[in-house]
Ligand binder design. Structure first.
Ligand SMILES: [Zn+2]
Length: 344
């Protein structure tokens, strides 16, 4: 089944050169896609995003925040939170286009243009709260896309899997009381933003529909394999999603400078196969990936190209960055706590 890619040259206009979340991340990805050795673009359907409208952004954000962010462009460049999240004069428009990129991805998978779409957007989104920017994120791209799919594309239940090394606190906040979206996050425990404990399971009607799997430092491929097989897959089976969305951060790779998990490129390939199997079993294969973090350029480009090649059906891809340098800690306790909190 065809795989599509959402990209836009506009995504590099949001940029602070010395900040970890800078435009070089996307320039490196574009260069990797252009690499003649892989010729990836020959196999991928190219999709162009449109900017999200304010009404679409308001599916996941409070309108006063959207207005305040637009007004903040007058003081740009500068910081809009202490994480630090920066803006430049173009950032509001680029953020609308990033949300629009996630929307374009779900439109394409639900409309049958492609079975899987990967949206390489910036700025990232999963820390953005309904009423505030946070952690390099302005609008919560994946949350907006999930709500868009439900409101305009006839989708009922949405599974969001977030494997960025940081907890997707913004996405969790948007759907905390919503039983129509199962939000599952793997992340390094006790890391920014310090949320995502196993005990955070949702509230009200959404009780049980937030599933956090915090992992100890240096957890890697084996931990993710177990999280997938023992927690994510059975939770997905019980939920039976109509659409699978993936918050794809590549900062859980062992080379990433901002955190200490130890996924390898081979681990990302296995994770991709596992998520693809979940989408095929429950959602007719419909799956949209939205880029989040990832701050080591070789790990980011290696991760994204490994995901794309795996989605295209390639197996046994060589891991050009090699195995994790440290032994993995025992994660049975972490896996069992997540299972117990959700009756799995
Ligand atoms: Zn991250």
């Amino acid at each position: 089944m065809p795989v599509a890619l959402v990209t836009s040259p506009t995504y590099v206009q949001h940029d602070f050169p010395d900040h970890p979340e800078n435009a070089e991340r996307l320039r490196a990805l574009e260069a990797a896609l252009d690499s003649p050795a892989l010729a990836l673009r020959d196999y991928l359907i190219a999709l162009t995003p449109r900017p999200a409208t304010v009404d679409e952004v308001a599916l996941a954000h409070h309108r006063p925040y959207i207005t305040a962010l637009r007004e903040a462009m007058r003081q740009a460049p500068g910081y809009v939170d202490s994480a630090p999240t920066y803006v430049v004069p173009q950032s509001y428009d680029v953020a609308l286009l990033a949300a629009g990129g996630a929307i374009r991805a779900v439109e394409a998978v639900v409309g049958g243009e492609a079975q899987t779409v990967v949206a390489l957007v910036r700025p990232p989104g999963h820390h953005a709260l309904p009423d505030a920017p946070m952690g390099f994120c302005l609008f919560n791209n994946i949350a907006i896309a999930a709500r868009y799919a439900q409101r305009y594309l006839g989708i009922g239940r949405v599974l969001i899997v977030d494997f960025d090394v940081h907890h997707g606190n913004g996405t969790q906040a948007v759907f905390y009381e919503d039983p129509s979206v199962l939000f599952i996050s793997t992340h390094q425990e006790n890391l920014y933003p310090q949320t995502g404990r196993v005990s955070e399971t949702g509230a009200g009607a959404g009780e049980g529909y937030t599933l956090n799997i915090p992992l100890p430092a240096y957890a890697g491929d084996r931990a993710f394999e177990r999280a997938l097989a023992e927690v994510i897959a059975p939770a997905a089976e019980r939920f039976a999603p109509d659409l699978v969305l993936v918050s794809a951060g590549f900062d859980a790779h062992w080379l990433d400078p901002l955190a200490n998990l130890q996924l390898t490129l081979a681990g990302y390939a296995k994770l991709t196969q596992g998520l693809q199997a979940i989408a095929q079993a429950h959602a007719r294969g419909r799956m949209a990936w939205v880029l989040e973090g990832g701050y080591h350029l070789a790990a980011l480009t290696g991760g994204v190209t490994t995901v794309l090649r795996t989605l295209l059906g390639e197996h046994g891809i060589a891991d050009s960055l090699g195995p994790a340098p440290r032994p993995e800690p025992e994660v049975t306790g972490a896996i069992e706590r997540a299972r117990a909190a959700h009756g799995l």
